[in-house]
Design a protein around this ligand. Sequence first.
Ligand code: ATP
Length: 341
Amino acid sequence: MEEKKVRRIGVFTSGGDAPGMNAAIRAVTRTALHMGIECIGIRRGYHGLINCDVVPLDLGSVSGLSRQGGTMLYSARSKEFMTPEGREKALNTCKLLGIDGLVGIGGDGTFRGLLELSKLGISVVGIPGTIDNDISCSSYTIGFDTACNTALDSIDKLRDTMQSHERCSVVEVMGRHAGHLALYVGVACGATAVIVPERPFDAEQDILEPIRRARLNGRTHFMVIVAEGVEGGAYAVADQIRAATALDTRVTVLGHVQRGGSPSSRDRVTATYMGYEAVKLLAEGESGRVICLQNDQYVDMDINEALSMKKELDMQTYTVMRIMTGVDHAPDTVRPSRSDA
Ligand code: ATP
């Protein structure tokens, strides 16, 4: 039997936005056009698919898009799509528009939605796009590098003023369930301490003692990085520091600024490769796949399998962070702590 030719595909962004999503939309569109496939942009994720909120994409409409933050297709979360009735409406939009395949750019939730659509007979491919880098099947997700750089830029600026006033800064970075961003940013900025939701922490050992050691080494300002998902967040950590040290301790919650900005070269290039691979798969008649980066190679994986995996904290970076902050120094390799003095 002759393989059915893919003639028209849809692309959408869903869940939290991430820098580089636009570059992925551009790559999907350009690859599709190169292959003689029409490309339709679906606005506002699954909400737009339900409501037929679409825009045709051509070379002109995605021109210059790589360097733009956010997503030109908007992003949304849709409760209606979680219901069979909602998904039926989404299916009807695909039928009405003659969409043979869909590329969804987002996180785990977006992939779960794609899986449901594939059960209804639509060919689907997912691209990991989230600043949290918390998608198990891929070592990297679009947006992570830019978010790290944005956070780092703010922290470097904060450090200047903290240094002038000899304060302790507690910075909360995004990551409700995952500490990847906190960990990378913490290593990059030379933090005094880094606290992530995946690991229990002991305030005395993991925060206060590193501050004391830094003080004994001559430092008069301190930078503590806390992931959003740590219980109580940055405010609870700051209270503990204040109570134990009387340091002038200030909290900064970086918030949504971390989602914005022009994507880094890494995010633009990753998004471009992933967009290309996604369309190639659809054109080859594949469905139910997620594009992943594994060992520096772009590969694809079954969505079910991808969703069943759990991403662990990067233990190499965690170990390096603990050595850099001094938490795991052998007792006789550090200067005496205040209690020893
Ligand atoms: P982020 O990591 O930024 O939160 P995400 O893709 O995980 O991104 P979600 O809000 O979890 O974001 O999911 C996006 C949308 O995917 C949801 O609003 C919903 O419409 C759809 N979705 C999520 N889970 C399911 C599911 N189990 N079945 C069908 N659709 C789902």
